[in-house]
Design a protein around this ligand. Structure first.
Ligand code: HDE
Length: 713
């Protein structure tokens, strides 16, 4: 059968970031634009072959396919991105001349969130630091803020980066475990190299398993320098503050998610954007006087293993970021985006933090390998929106057709162009290399003495957490060290914990069945900083997932009322029923008991209990592992499992017009915290009230969270 000859294809669009799209045209062609008749059969000598070497289309198609992959990032390989806009409040202009910080300026941007350790296909919900990298396409050139969701780092000097990364990556013999720090080499390094203890503490806390990228803080980690229009310099630390607050998974959810939905965070981000629940952050600065010692209150600002508590230096907000567009092509955008901490604009400069200094070398080097040459800034996702007039020429994948004959400076043949700032008609604001005084010193391989304190901030962080958060930290260390085969390593890490907090050390030692060592280092006690706790305060529920359990017999008006109220409150409602199809009001079922798992929902409304359907077999269905209590014999066992998991995960469950005995029948604790009975009109407001604090932590914590603290009040 012959395929009809198609229309000629659309002209290829030029590569500009303003319009980087390459829509699929109507007519199939080769890469050279020749229209093709057949892409389903190789060219053969007769229907039974052999295949002819002259089939250029076959060879081009397969050769290109063979080269579809580029080397993944050596760290931060697993990521998800989104486009958005930054709107400046103008408050940053007091200390920084950067044009994008002037009042009301809107700057397009692209953000890539990532895990650090795992490879590109690894699961999202692993315990790890998260990357939080933002590319601002400002009118003065690209500014990249390449940060993490934790304010401290494992090492103080870039020369240690290959060491820490080799330790967390899978063991080289068998390449296991993937995307995990729960193994010998990581804890070997961290326990020997105690400057890593503060960052390890953050990773062992709930921050290591975020609920969503939308609910993470971001930190520039290093101290940067800002220069005002009058030349005055300040030292600053960057902070991203999420509108939805900082929230985490519980460990059971993280483990379930990695099996049931390895794309958990990626999906959450793109679903929220699709649903119009656009994630938002405020950008804030901690500003420090640029003093000679570059320190604040005994904290060396050039030491990236330290942070400055908000209680000591409040964060001044300078603008807001909204992410409102998903990438159209993962590879072209999220995979090819190339960040660099040296992509700076006039008014922002680096400091001498030795970790930052090493990063300035590393990123361009890695992009050359990863993106196949030095011209990666010409890729649409990396292309500055400011005019580019460099004298960089040629190289692999050069897409510009440069004109002129004199790409050198000074020249007279191209009329002297391009001019440096201040030459010819170039009066533009140039990048400022701040004329910092370089202290008289001696060349050598050493650290300042102030870098020697490895434990005081880990202790401060731990002691600033709420009781349930501290329990999570104890469990995380116990799990991770319990996965180490070497008892020497476990004992060495316990020694580090003994220097951090005696009770933490004792709790972990108990789990490991090892003796509790005494401290062997004197550690300064710092004031706790409750602002690092995630438990204090309340937040909007925008875009949180509300599961509404309904049967095919639930009245249409009940479903309509609940869904409308959920949408009105800002939730993303998902209808859950025994099987698929449509409910009484015509709404399609979003999840069935076969496809749903507790991890998907932030809270549940039970509009109807679900009776067992054929296929729900208590004995043979692993999802129905929950033993039904006598009162729940009439319930689908998978619903019992869902509710029991949701309960264990300290999430709210609202029984809508259900009998008083509903929760007891399920084997849950009657009317315990977060188990609520409500009428149809009161159901969604009940969920809003409970979700504003993210979880019902009191459920398993007799002391309950400490009342709201002044830091968040
Ligand atoms: Fe990175 N880091 N890093 N890093 N980093 C990379 O660059 C490196 C560090 C961070 O979504 C690589 O393009 C060195 C701190 C993020 O594309 C590489 C050192 C912080 C991302 C690299 C550090 C980060 C990277 C790998 C120690 C938080 C992902 C691929 C001196 C402030 C960006 C790439 C994205 C990626 C090197 C330390 C954040 C190899 C040598 C500290 C968010 O160049």
């Amino acid at each position: 059968m012959t395929t009809p000859v198609p229309e000629p294809t659309q002209a290829r669009k030029p590569n500009t970031n303003a319009d980087p799209g390459h829509p699929q045209g109507t007519a199939l062609t080769t890469s050279q634009g020749a229209v093709l008749r057949d892409t389903d059969h190789s060219l053969k000598a007769g229907p039974r072959g052999p295949v002819l070497l002259q089939d250029h289309h076959l060879r081009e198609k397969i050769t290109h396919f063979d080269h579809e992959r580029i080397p993944e990032r050596v760290v931060h390989a697993r990521g998800a991105g989104a486009h958005g806009t930054f709107t400046s409040y103008g408050t940053g202009s007091r200390i920084c001349s950067a044009a994008f910080l002037a009042e009301g300026v809107k700057t397009p941007l692209f953000v890539r969130f990532s895990t650090v350790a795992g490879s590109r296909g690894s699961a999202d919900a692993v315990r790890d630091t998260r990357g939080f990298a933002t590319k601002f396409y400002t009118e003065e050139g690209v500014f990249d803020l390449v940060g993490n969701n934790m304010p401290v780092f494992f090492i103080q000097d870039a020369i240690k980066f290959p060491d820490v990364v080799h330790s967390v990556k899978p063991h080289p013999d068998l390449e296991i475990p993937q995307a995990q720090s729960a193994h010998d080499t990581f804890w070997d390094f961290v326990s020997l190299h105690t400057q890593a203890q503060a960052h390890a503490m953050w990773v062992m806390s709930d921050r290591g398993i975020p609920r969503s990228f939308r609910m993470m803080e971001g930190f520039g980690v290093h101290t940067f320098r800002m220069i005002a229009a009058d030349g005055q310099s300040s030292l600053v630390k960057f902070h991203w503050k999420p509108k939805l607050g900082v929230h985490s998974l519980v460990w059971e959810e993280a483990m379930l998610a990695n099996g049931a939905d390895p794309d958990f965070h990626r999906r959450d981000l793109s679903d929220a954007i699709k649903a119009g629940a656009f994630p938002e952050w405020e950008l804030g600065l901690q500003v420090f006087e640029d003093n000679e010692g570059q320190s604040f209150d005994g904290i060396d600002l050039l030491d990236p293993t330290k942070f400055v508590p908000e209680e000591l230096v409040p964060i001044q907000m300078v603008g807001k970021m909204v992410l409102d567009r998903n990438p159209s092509n993962y590879f072209a955008e999220t995979e090819q985006v190339a960040f660099h901490p040296g992509h700076l604009v006039p008014g922002i400069d680096v400091t001498n933090d030795p970790l930052l200094q090493g990063r300035l070398f590393s990123y361009i080097d890695t992009q050359i390998t990863r993106l196949g040459g030095p011209n990666f800034s010409q890729l649409p996702i990396n292309l500055p929106h400011a005019p580019v007039n460099d004298m960089l020429r040629d190289g692999m994948h050069q897409t510009y057709i440069h004109e002129g004959i004199a790409p050198y400076h000074p020249n007279s043949l191209d009329g002297g162009c391009p001019y440096q700032a201040g030459e010819g008609d170039n009066s533009k604001m140039p990048f400022i290399d701040f004329p910092e005084l370089v202290a008289e010193s001696v060349k050598g391989r050493s650290n300042p003495v102030s870098f020697d304190d490895h434990f005081s901030q880990a202790r401060m962080f731990y002691r600033s957490l709420q009781a349930h958060e501290r329990r999570h930290v104890q469990q995380a260390y116990s799990f991770e060290l319990g996965k180490c085969a070497s008892e020497v390593i476990r004992a060495r890490q316990l020694q580090a914990l003994a220097n951090i907090d005696v009770q933490l050390c004792a709790a972990v030692a108990r789990e490991l069945g090892l003796p509790v060592p005494g401290a062997d280092t004197e550690v300064v006690d710092r004031e706790p900083c409750p602002s690092v706790s995630q438990a204090l305060g309340s937040w909007p529920v925008d875009g949180r997932i509300l599961g509404i359990v309904a049967s095919h017999h639930t009245e249409a008006s009940v479903i309509e009322t609940l869904v409308a109220a959920a949408n009105h409150a800002g939730f993303q409602p998902l209808l859950l029923s025994s099987v698929g199809g449509s409910l009484a009001d015509g709404s399609p079922v979003d999840r069935t008991l076969l496809t749903a798992r507790s991890i998907e929902f932030d809270a549940l409304l039970i509009a109807d209990f679900l009776v067992p359907v054929a296929g729900a077999k208590v004995d043979s269905d692993t999802k129905a592992g929950a033993v039904r209590p006598p009162g729940a014999i009439g319930f689908d066992p998978r619903l019992v499992l869902l509710l029991q998991e949701t309960y264990r995960q300290s999430k709210a469950i609202v029984a809508v017009d259900q009998p008083e005995s509903f929760f007891q029948d399920l084997g849950l604790e009657g009317t315990g915290p977060g188990l609520v009975h409500a009428s149809v009109p009161d159901a969604v407001p009940g969920a809003v009230a409970l979700l504003a604090t993210h979880r019902v932590w009191e459920r398993f914590d007799e002391s309950g969270p400490v009342p709201k603290d002044s830091a968040r009040a």
